[in-house]
Unconditional design. Sequence first.
Length: 467
Amino acid sequence: MFDLRESPVSSLLFPEIEELVKTRQFGALRDALSELTPPDVADLLRAMEPDDRAVAFRVLNKAMAADVFEYLPADEQEEMLRRLGQAEVAAILNEMAPDDRTALLEELPGAVTQRLITVLSPEERAVAQKLLGYPEESIGRLMTPDYVAIREDWTVEQVFEHLRRFGRDKETISILYVVDANWKLLDDIMLRSFVLAEPQTRVSDLMDEQTVRLLATDDQETAIAYFEKYDRSALPVVDSDEILVGIVTFDDVMDIAKEEVTEDIQKMGAVEALDEPYMSASLLTLVRKRGVWLSMLFLGEMFTASAMAYFEHEIERVVFLASFIPLIVSSGGNTGSQAATLVVRAMALGEIRLIDWWRVAYRELASGLMLGGWLGLLGIARIHVWHLAGWKDYTAHYHLVALSVGVAVCGVVIWGTMIGGLLPFLLRRIGLDPAAISAPFVATLVDVIGIVTYFTAVTMFLTGTLL
């Protein structure tokens, strides 16, 4: 259930609203909810039991109900649709913004989507079918056809008259779109340009023909990049013939950006991306999404066990050498995970490209040398302090043991930073998602290298003394 502490306004009103619902005082309930904003009403509904939520939702007027419905999570939208009658569902879907309605319909099973489309009005059904006809995750699914279009030969006075007649229900009127007789996009102009212009000024006199546009078939990540680059509140969407077919607004892109970041974070944690909220996912879904990666990581750790078995003779002769293994492998795993996280995020933000791999390699090599050198010195100091203080006897050759550990730490940190920094480039180059590199996967890979590096250093410095 939704935690109202995240919504201070709703948390204060919840006891009163809940009492009105329980006592079925519908008139008072309608008046109380009508004074709130749609997001606050949505928060109140989310905090209620499902039955009470449906009761409260039914008292809202048609327009308010559609606005509130858009702020509910997808799983709660589906539940609400199941509890409402066909007439109520039709009213909500017809009032919803086309882009929000498309987001809902594409989350539902195909049969349910088809049934809901049939309850739409002919005009809204045509819009829904058009938007759903675009490829999944394309900008066409994200856009809305609710924009204001004007002609270049109009005067400012005519533009405002058009706005007064048709702008009331549009997604935004802060930007107006200039089209020709065939609806080919010519330009977009900020509303303030018209506010500051003389009434008889022609639209063509305000045009600079430098509009930025999105292609309806492009991936939604393209829209995110464009909004970041051009700092706009809305962008026009055209087809292959430059015909204006819709607009994408900033709030819709923010929702997509949130989903992309969530997916990347889940992948970085060695979890297959969830397609639904955590609390809505079934136990079997959670197990399946996590189990695939855990199985791969488990198989990877088998190589670590094999590497240790290869050096078991050295461990048998000097048992305390095994106590340093966690120190060595964790140093490499931690630094590798750091490098992978930094590089994957920089890729997602467009800060680095494939051709920058050599620059990243140089930076991670330098970072690995400095970090590895520092951690190696800490390891050497630790062994000397413990031995000289009498806390642990590392034999008379403790200085060689310390040197072996220090060199191994430095080496594995260098390996870790290089692998973590460059493996995302390899994945991107072969067409895979760099986020799939995941910190646990890097750590598992570096574990094997850490074991080999450590015992190579041990063999190099302790042969003839302890070995």
